[in-house]
Design a protein around this ligand. Structure first.
Ligand SMILES: [Zn+2]
Length: 934
């Protein structure tokens, strides 16, 4: 930031600060239980450094500091001392800077570049001459600690702890502080999610009164929809660490790779009536984490416990925190750093009355976090040499050739979906992975694909991406690429016990996440070396798609199996281009196109195809082909009924009190931020007073019963008049409830005594895909040829209550994030551009069944083949076998499309996200009837 901008910012901070202090100061004064313990006993401080209270103008930790105050204080510290630097390492959606304060001894700060270079070499031992050089560098190199706070914006106390930590390290004269500065470089990331914190603080301010209220149910504690946990698009940033869908995460990962830290602390809050939790975690623990990680987590925990015992504070470890999903900040643990997590009982910047009658104040909660951080830094400073030794030795192992039977490399076969491949490879490069491209095509035996199938022999083309595992990022590569991570027997037994005994799961998050599966790319793992000529890839070039030099005689074509086309189509629709989508495979000249490809005819787009068009094609990387004739006597003519005209979607998304903020946020982000399409966000509670005629696509994200009270009638009318209604996640149950009179799809629990009827229908649908006939069926008729499915079926009549009891029991064993295998109806437009089979992430206890006339573009496979990856109990195999993943049914002139499991959860799963794109952008043209203007 240049100086002028900084001074403008200072003025802004001061003004904002004064306003907030004026409105909230009363609360601090009236606090009924003052907590005024010093954060460090008997410590003297450099008086030239203003304390947080003196500088910010209110008693420190009497309330939560704002983003501006935090930044302002940090900026002041950096201006006061030479051994403190403030960096800006990223920007949020709401244009707030992400800041990082570096602090160490003056000697260390003077040679910071040298320290960073040493650490980079220890991290990648291939850059070192020998062990002796490593020893030499370890002797003189401080360890780097990244102290990160408030990734969840409504977990307030962490940021204030960061402020005091910065003050302590800047002004503390005690030996502990001095030792930390000598032995380590401390990076303080005080606010990982500024947008979320500011949203939550605004809510706290709205509901704060003159009198302090320690009741956690009151609005100044609970906040209101959409709360403050997520960032601007309500993403949980602490799930995004390999997904990288959000700018905060991308910036953080980039900075991690620059600093290559040894310790990462991630500070959180939990329920207000709890105590304090810190690492180590309990099982399941991801097997890609090293023994070094476990060793040091234990040692750090012992010191942290001692620091708490000094005060007699309560705490616990291992009870619910696990370490299985690598998309938390734990990402850094797989990259070599020690990761420690804390959870403080949150008091929302105020005070909370607890069950034992005691009141916990905000200052006390801040004190806990600060004490943890100081304890961790002290442990690191005391063990710096041994820690760096361990770090170096662990890093050395990563660059050694993998052991026998370990995965040596992942191979990604380039295909038609250049847009999606580019996105994936960009992401992998961003995570610091070393990727190569095969110089020539090659044959290889013994690969395993992402569906777990062994391939005896496989020919792979030149340009195949190769991701070897003998590299510094080995553990995170394996953690995010492994197709089917296995939980240990002991954990499975424990999980089963908890489910059966208490109807509770021990899984904190989903059981699987594999990137190649989620992206739907063709990926193979090799448990042997891939010895071929290859070239390192440093960036993925945008596909070079030469634009046809002359305007074709008939029109332009964009392939339907490339995500790059979908980005171009969104922009072209917005600009008013007439676009058709092919419902059959077709050819143009030498080129073949799959169904779902897009055709823009010259005569329907007069005065277009100008520079603007070329720019859109260039920006999106879409591949464009020309069509010089509409005739193909061997195939499909381009001027006929197999090309349907798209309608520009006018999209409304429901939001509000009864809608899941994360489900709404993910869909909002997808359409607004990623596809740059205009959407209206509509209050679900106001549905009956909205003029729905403005929209031709309405989306209900995951929502609970009670939403849209009495409001389904207007929706029904709107659908019948030509609307495309899309329901996601739990909103599906609002429409499929037998009393809703909306959808004919049924939840399994509602049709237990009719499952055989559904199965018959499903069998007929499946048979229809392979239907053949010959004269023998008619002219040489023989009764034996009649298909079994059309025989009269004797209905088994089981006791309905018994079936319900069994279903309720089996529901306990529902998937909490497992990949299930779906197969598509190859003719259905909703499944255009999607692989067959495809993997679907399921984390819901409801399964849904559909039969004709409801169409099921993607359905789960049978009990035997349904599990692709993750924990899927036998009961769940049964309940989800042949269930519907996505359904489409006509209603009047419109249609209802149901996605029982969020297809774009966490901004991930590009494969199933394509289905949602099809629903929104193809739906109005292909599945609903639009009036023709006159
Ligand atoms: Zn949290």
């Amino acid at each position: 930031m240049n100086n002028q901008r900084f001074f403008q910012f200072q003025r802004l901070c001061l003004m904002t600060g004064i306003l907030i202090v004026a409105s909230l100061h009363l609360q601090a004064l009236e606090n009924e239980n003052p907590y005024d313990k010093p954060f460090v006993e008997h410590c003297s401080y450099d008086e030239k450094i203003p304390t947080p209270s003196a500088f910010l103008g209110y008693p420190f930790a009497s309330r939560a500091a704002t983003y501006a105050e935090t930044r302002f204080y940090f900026q002041m510290l950096a201006g006061q001392k030479e051994n403190i630097e403030l960096y800006i390492y990223g920007e949020t959606h709401e244009k707030r800077n992400l800041i990082l304060l570096a602090i160490s001894s003056p000697e260390n700060m003077a040679r910071l570049d040298e320290i960073k270079a040493n650490i980079q070499k220890l991290t990648d031992p291939r850059k070192l001459r020998d062990n002796a050089e490593a020893e030499e560098r370890i002797k003189t190199t401080p360890a780097i600690a990244w102290m990160a706070y408030s990734i969840h914006g409504d977990e307030l106390s962490s940021t204030d702890a960061a402020i005091w930590l910065a003050y302590q390290l800047a002004a503390g004269q005690d030996e502990t502080t001095q030792k930390i500065l000598r032995e380590t470089v401390v990076l303080i990331d005080p606010l990982q999610n500024p947008d979320g914190r500011e949203r939550f603080l605004a809510q706290m301010r709205m509901f704060n009164g003159k009198v302090v209220n320690p009741d956690v149910q009151s609005a100044q504690h609970s906040g209101m929809w959409p709360w403050g946990r997520g960032n601007h698009y309500f993403y949980d940033l602490n799930r995004d660490f390999f997904i990288l869908s959000q700018p905060e995460t991308r910036a953080r990962i980039q900075s991690f790779l620059e600093w290559r830290l040894q310790l990462f602390v991630d500070s959180h809050e939990m329920g207000p009536l709890d105590t304090y939790l810190f690492s180590p975690p309990r099982e399941p623990i991801n097997h890609n984490l090293t023994p070094m990680h476990h060793k040091w987590q234990t040692l750090f925990a012992e010191d942290q416990a001692k620091a708490f015992d000094t005060h007699g504070w309560s705490y616990y470890t291992r009870e619910w925190l696990d370490m299985w999903y690598p998309g938390y900040t734990e990402w850094i643990a797989y990259s070599g750093a020690l990761q420690i997590l804390y959870e403080q009982a949150g008091v929302h910047g105020s005070a909370v009355r607890r069950a034992d009658g005691a009141t916990m104040t905000y200052r006390e909660s801040v004190h806990h976090h600060f004490t943890s951080s100081l304890a961790n830094l002290t442990t690191l400073a005391e063990h710096r040499g041994e820690f760096l030794q361990d770090y170096y030795q662990e890093r050395q192992k990563t660059v050694q050739p993998p052991q026998k039977n370990e995965i040596h490399a992942y191979l990604i076969e380039p295909g038609a979906n250049t847009g999606r491949e580019k996105k994936l490879i960009d992401n992998l490069l961003w995570q610091g992975f070393e990727i190569y491209g095969a110089d020539q095509s090659f044959r290889v035996s013994g690969l395993v694909n992402s569906f777990g199938e062994s391939l005896p022999e496989k020919e792979l083309p030149a340009g195949t991406y190769i991701l070897p595992t003998d590299q510094p990022q080995k553990h995170i590569i394996n953690a995010v690429f492994e197709f089917d991570p296995r939980l240990k027997d002991e954990f499975l037994a424990e999980e089963r016990y908890y489910l059966e005994k208490r109807n509770e799961s021990r899984m904190y998050d989903q059981s699987t996440w594999s990137m190649p599966i989620a992206y739907g790319v063709r990926c193979y793992q090799a448990t042997f070396p891939i010895a071929i000529a290859k070239t390192r890839i440093s960036a993925v070039k945008q596909q070079e798609n030469p634009f046809p030099p002359e305007r074709p005689k008939y029109g332009y074509i964009l392939p339907g199996n490339d995500d790059a086309s979908t980005f171009a189509i969104c922009k072209l629709l917005e600009k008013g281009y007439a676009i058709h989508v092919a419902e059959r495979d077709f050819r143009s000249g030498e080129n073949k196109f799959v169904k779902g490809s897009f055709l823009l005819r010259n005569v329907e787009n007069p005065h277009r195809f100008d520079e603007d068009f070329q720019q859109i094609i260039a920006d999106t990387g879409a591949r464009i082909s020309k069509a010089d004739t509409a005739l193909d006597l061997q195939g499909v003519d381009l001027g006929g009924q197999y090309f349907s005209l798209l309608q520009t979607p006018r999209i409304g998304i429901f939001m509000g009190r009864t809608v899941s903020a994360t489900s709404y946020g993910a869909t909002w982000d997808l359409l607004d931020c990623k596809y740059r399409t205009r959407i209206s966000s509509l209050d679900f509670d106001r549905i009956s007073s909205l003029d729905l005629r403005k929209y031709n696509v309405l989306i209900i994200p995951s929502a609970w019963m009670g939403g849209a009270q009495g409001g389904l009638e207007p929706l029904k009318l709107w659908v019948e008049n030509g609307g495309t209604l899309i329901a996601i996640g739990s909103a599906v149950s609002l429409l499929t409830h037998p009393n809703a009179n909306m959808s004919a799809v049924r939840e399994r629990a509602d049709i237990l005594d009719q499952l055989d009827v559904y199965m018959e229908e499903i069998e007929r649908e499946e048979n229809a895909l392979h239907a053949t006939a010959s004269q023998a069926d008619v002219w040489d008729y023989s009764p034996a040829k009649i298909e079994k499915a059309t025989d009269a079926v004797e209905r088994k009549s089981e006791d309905k209550d018994k079936l319900k009891r069994a279903d309720a029991w089996e529901r306990r064993f529902s998937p909490q994030g497992a990949f299930l295998r779906g197969v598509k109806d190859p003719d259905h437009w909703l499944a255009f551009g999607v692989n067959d089979p495809l993997a679907v992430m399921v984390n819901e206890s409801r399964s849904y069944f559909a039969k004709s006339p409801v169409q099921t573009p993607v359905r789960f496979t049978d009990e035997l083949s349904i599990r692709v990856s993750g924990l899927l109990w036998p009961e769940a195999r049964k309940r989800y076998a042949k269930a519907a993943y996505v359904t489409r049914e006509g209603k009047g002139k419109g249609q209802i499309i149901l996605f029982p499991y969020q297809p774009n959860e966490r901004g991930y799963y590009d494969e199933t996200t394509r289905l949602l794109w099809n629903a929104v952008f193809l739906g109005p043209g292909l599945g609903a009837q639009a009036p023709i203007p006159w």
